[in-house]
Structures are given as structure tokens and as C-alpha cells.
Design a protein around this ligand. Structure first.
Ligand SMILES: *[C@@H]1O[C@H](CO)[C@@H](O)[C@H](O)[C@H]1NC(C)=O
Ligand SMILES: *[C@@H]1O[C@H](CO)[C@@H](O)[C@H](O)[C@H]1NC(C)=O
Ligand SMILES: *[C@@H]1O[C@H](CO)[C@@H](O)[C@H](O)[C@H]1NC(C)=O
Ligand SMILES: *[C@@H]1O[C@H](CO)[C@@H](O)[C@H](O)[C@H]1NC(C)=O
Ligand SMILES: *[C@@H]1O[C@H](CO)[C@@H](O)[C@H](O)[C@H]1NC(C)=O
Ligand SMILES: *[C@@H]1O[C@H](CO)[C@@H](O)[C@H](O)[C@H]1NC(C)=O
Ligand SMILES: *[C@@H]1O[C@H](CO)[C@@H](O)[C@H](O)[C@H]1NC(C)=O
Ligand SMILES: *[C@@H]1O[C@H](CO)[C@@H](O)[C@H](O)[C@H]1NC(C)=O
Ligand SMILES: *[C@@H]1O[C@H](CO)[C@@H](O)[C@H](O)[C@H]1NC(C)=O
Ligand SMILES: *[C@@H]1O[C@H](CO)[C@@H](O)[C@H](O)[C@H]1NC(C)=O
Ligand SMILES: *[C@@H]1O[C@H](CO)[C@@H](O)[C@H](O)[C@H]1NC(C)=O
Ligand SMILES: *[C@@H]1O[C@H](CO)[C@@H](O)[C@H](O)[C@H]1NC(C)=O
Length: 352
């Protein structure tokens, strides 16, 4: 009884602050970054071809593109294009006042993980900026906790060939966004000297999967431009769900999608929540086919921080989050629900 009373109180609170609250409420400590990752990726150029992604790494060997570090973006006819730096958190260095052709817009000064209404606010600013032909790209300054959310969210909602770079170090993200080869790669996350695809960036696997690096005065790319397959030009999201780029969303229509841990709660949780939430992400611990958390009315996505979750791992009617982390699955489900994509069969075609 006491548990239920607390839960109801929490639900009332959560309605005011949709995603972030539930996320923190149910989140356990995620695994620590494995020691030694720095060494694992510290290959130098003479042996890097053996470690950059397995088979015949085309990225490094095609050095004519990789070496084109800091070409600036300039428009047709010699017109200089501007960059928009969108501040959502983090610290602007004093030198930012001397940057040429960089416009700075401050949206928030948040030190917490951005919630879905703040993410949509950023999405709107990105959309407006990139729809304007005098901008070559955007850099989004954020607090460390928001890198994964912003990188993934913008990967889905920003359908653009311009550069979109998220990070916590203003000088780095401006430098990356100011290079020609940052374009045509979808949204990127720049963190601790490396550059990642925002669609797959994992804050707990620093260094792994990097597609580029930022040095003191140059940016270097490991691969030619490509999009993550989830949002590639021929992906299901881009071809069948083009409305996912819709950023004109009112706060009141934002769904509440908590992240819940399997094993801790059972189906009574969902019956008490139904009516207050529009979907649930369950953190799967291995094979969840026998999970007692099921629902015939709410979309439920199983996802894991440690390993991919496939359709054979989830109960009937539930959706497998594939390789998406619970945070990414929560965002993708939120975007789908915002656009009235709710049926299990549609959601299955959206998730990887
Ligand atoms: C690459 O070289 C670095 C530095 O010499 C070394 O630490 C690393 O183990 C090497 N990696 C491979 C895959 O050979
Ligand atoms: C780079 O790696 C090669 C082969 O592992 C090694 O012989 C060389 O000394 C390394 N160079 C630097 C600068 O670490
Ligand atoms: C790269 O791999 C090949 C074959 O696996 C090996 O012979 C070669 O020594 C490796 N090169 C470096 C620099 O580690
Ligand atoms: C690398 O490319 C060569 C030539 O294209 C091919 O013979 C070889 O099988 C490839 N190796 C791998 C591991 O894909
Ligand atoms: C490198 O790029 C050139 C020019 O685009 C292309 O012809 C060649 O096939 C590429 N090589 C590899 C290994 O991808
Ligand atoms: C470099 O990348 C550009 C942009 O994708 C591509 O058009 C060009 O063919 C590439 N050039 C080389 C030499 O790989
Ligand atoms: C790299 O940059 C140089 C100098 O800016 C330019 O001449 C060259 O065409 C560029 N290479 C590619 C592949 O775009
Ligand atoms: C962007 O690149 C251009 C050309 O290299 C340079 O003139 C400009 O200062 C750069 N902007 C910033 C903010 O670094
Ligand atoms: C901006 O939003 C419109 C309308 O949803 C969409 O068609 C367009 O692709 C978006 N542009 C970007 C850069 O995301
Ligand atoms: C990546 O996706 C964007 C937006 O759909 C597209 O404009 C760009 O050409 C794509 N890049 C590549 C390398 O296909
Ligand atoms: C999970 O368990 C079910 C039945 O318990 C089984 O059919 C399925 O193959 C398992 N999935 C994996 C990936 O082992
Ligand atoms: C968005 O697109 C999907 C797929 O075409 C469609 O089912 C859904 O109704 C659309 N959403 C809205 C609000 O129109």
C-alpha cells in the first residue's frame, strides 16, 4: 500500500517533468567505463589499419579525404557561411567573442539531462537555422549528461546534409562544424577529442566507434561521410516516417515514456501507471521472453545497456530495441508517439 501511495505521488510529480524524472527514478548505476579503453584505441597511424573496424578498413587507407582536415565551409560564389552555436548548457570560453562568422543563441543553461520538451526546443532551433541558406551548420553546446540524448534525438529529427555537432567543449564543436567533411554524416557528438555518429554514441564506451578526432588545430576523419543506417537516406525512418522530422510540437502533446528495470517490478506496475504514461522502455537483463511486465495497450520496448535485444528476446507483442540503449529507445519511442505511430507493427519497423 505504502509503495502504491508513493508511486502515485511520483506519477503526479512526473507529469510536470516527463522524461527526466522517471528516468532518474528508475535508473540504476550504469556500468563503469572499462579500464584501459584509452590504450585500446591508442593505435598510431602505422598500425591503425589493423584496428579501425575489422575488414580492410577503407577509411584510413583513403587518405585523400581523411587528410582534408580543416577546409572551411564556404558557400557558392565565395559567400562566407555562418555557423550557429546553440547553447543548452556547459561553458562558453571567453575566446568565443572573437570567433568570426559564429552566431550564438542561448536556449538553456542546464546542468541536468535535457527533457523531451527541451530537446524539441533545440530541434526547432536547429531546423530553423539549417533551413536558412546562410548557415553551413550548427554546433550544440551541452552538459555532459545530455550528449547521448541530444546526439541521438538530432540524428532522427534533423534530416540535413549540413553539419550538426553536439559536445561539451565549445571550441571543439565549432572547429568540427567548421570543416567541410563534417557534412553529410548526420548529427555528430564530439567528446574528449573524438567524434562519433550521434545515432550510436555511447557515453560509457569512450573511444570505441569514433569516426574522427579533434586535434589542437585540426580535425581528422577516419571514414568518408556516411549516415548511420538507422537514419540513412534509404532507411525506414527516412522513407516511411518522414514526419519524424516534425519539430513543431506542443509541450502538452509530449508523451511520457519512463525507463523501468525488468525484475524490480511486475505487471501491477503497468496497470497502476496506465493512463499516466504513453509507453514504457524496460531495461532488459538478458533474455526477457518470460518478463512479467507486459501490456496489450501500451507500447513496450525492451532495451539493454550491455547487449543488443532482438525480437526472440522479448515477450509477444513487445518491441525489441535492437542495439539501441534504453535512453535512445526512450527517445525513438517518444518521437514515434509524438507522430501518432503507436501500433506494434509500425514500431517494429522503426526500431533497428
Ligand atoms: C598499435 O600501436 C600502439 C602504439 O605503438 C600499440 O600500443 C597498440 O597495441 C597497437 N595496436 C595494434 C592493434 O597493433
Ligand atoms: C607506431 O606503431 C609502430 C608499430 O606498432 C611502432 O613501430 C612505432 O614506433 C609507433 N610510433 C609511434 C610514434 O608511437
Ligand atoms: C596487421 O595485421 C597483419 C595480419 O593480421 C600483421 O601481419 C601485421 O603485423 C599487422 N600490422 C601491425 C602494424 O600490427
Ligand atoms: C581485403 O581486401 C582484399 C582485396 O580486396 C581481399 O582479398 C581480402 O579478402 C580482404 N580481407 C578482408 C579481411 O576482408
Ligand atoms: C578511395 O577513393 C577513391 C576516389 O574516391 C576511390 O576511387 C577508391 O576506390 C577509394 N579507395 C578505397 C579503398 O575505398
Ligand atoms: C571524398 O569525399 C567526398 C564527399 O563524400 C566524395 O565526393 C569524394 O569522392 C571523396 N574523395 C576521395 C578521394 O575519396
Ligand atoms: C583537400 O583540400 C585541398 C586544399 O584545400 C583541396 O585542394 C583538395 O581538393 C581537397 N581534397 C578533397 C578530396 O576534397
Ligand atoms: C572557420 O574556418 C575559416 C576558414 O578556415 C576560418 O577563417 C574561420 O575563422 C573559422 N571559424 C572559426 C570560428 O573557427
Ligand atoms: C525542418 O522541418 C521540416 C518540416 O518538418 C522538414 O521537412 C525538414 O526536413 C526539416 N529540416 C531539417 C534540417 O531537419
Ligand atoms: C546523410 O543524410 C543526409 C540527410 O538525409 C543526406 O543529405 C546526405 O547525403 C547523407 N549522406 C550520405 C553520405 O549519404
Ligand atoms: C529466449 O528464450 C526463448 C524461450 O525461453 C527462446 O525461444 C529464445 O530463443 C531465447 N532467445 C535467445 C536469444 O536465446
Ligand atoms: C506519420 O507518418 C506515419 C507513417 O506514414 C503515419 O502512420 C502517421 O499517422 C503520421 N503521423 C501523423 C501525425 O500524421
Amino acid at each position: 500500500m505504502r509503495f502504491l501511495a508513493v508511486l502515485y505521488a511520483l506519477i503526479a510529480l512526473a507529469a510536470a517533468s516527463p522524461i527526466g524524472f522517471f528516468d532518474e527514478l528508475f535508473k540504476r548505476q550504469r556500468r563503469a567505463p572499462s579500464p584501459g579503453w584509452v590504450n585500446a584505441v591508442s593505435s598510431n597511424s602505422s598500425n591503425s589499419s589493423n584496428s579501425s573496424g575489422g575488414s580492410n578498413s577503407t577509411g584510413y587507407s583513403n587518405s585523400s579525404n581523411a587528410s582534408n582536415a580543416s577546409n572551411s565551409s564556404s558557400g557558392q560564389g565565395g559567400q562566407t557561411l555562418k555557423l550557429q552555436l546553440i547553447v543548452t548548457g556547459g561553458q562558453l570560453p571567453a575566446s568565443s567573442s572573437s570567433w568570426s562568422d559564429v552566431e550564438i543563441t542561448t536556449l538553456f543553461n542546464s546542468s541536468r539531462t535535457l527533457n523531451s520538451s527541451q530537446l524539441y526546443e533545440v530541434g526547432k532551433t536547429v531546423n530553423t537555422t539549417l533551413s536558412n541558406s546562410s548557415y553551413s551548420g550548427v554546433a550544440v553546446l551541452a552538459n555532459e549528461n545530455s550528449l547521448e540524448s541530444l546526439g541521438f534525438f538530432l540524428s532522427v529529427v534533423a534530416d540535413t546534409n549540413k553539419s550538426v555537432v553536439v559536445g561539451k567543449k565549445a571550441a571543439d564543436i565549432v572547429k568540427v562544424a567548421n570543416t567541410t567533411y563534417a557534412a553529410n554524416r548526420g548529427s555528430l557528438v564530439s567528446s574528449d577529442g573524438y567524434i562519433y555518429s550521434g545515432a550510436v554514441y555511447d557515453p560509457f564506451s569512450a573511444g570505441w566507434g569514433a569516426i574522427g578526432a579533434v586535434y589542437s588545430d585540426a580535425v581528422s576523419w577516419l571514414y568518408s561521410p556516411a549516415n548511420a543506417t538507422l537514419v540513412a537516406t534509404d532507411s525506414s525512418i527516412r522513407t516511411n516516417y518522414s514526419n519524424f522530422t516534425n519539430v513543431d510540437v506542443s509541450n502538452s502533446s509530449l508523451p511520457i515514456v519512463p525507463i523501468v528495470y525488468d525484475g524490480d517490478y511486475d505487471s501491477s506496475l503497468l496497470s497502476s501507471l496506465s493512463g499516466s504514461v504513453q509507453g514504457v522502455v524496460i531495461v532488459s537483463s538478458g533474455n526477457s521472453t518470460t518478463s512479467t511486465i507486459t501490456s496489450s495497450s501500451l507500447p513496450i520496448v525492451f532495451a539493454s545497456y550491455d547487449e543488443p535485444v532482438w525480437p526472440t528476446d522479448v515477450p509477444m507483442g513487445a518491441i525489441a530495441g535492437g542495439y539501441l540503449s534504453p535512453v535512445k529507445a526512450q527517445l525513438l519511442l517518444t518521437i514515434a508517439l509524438v507522430n501518432d505511430v503507436t501500433s506494434s507493427s509500425s514500431l517494429v519497423s522503426v526500431f533497428p
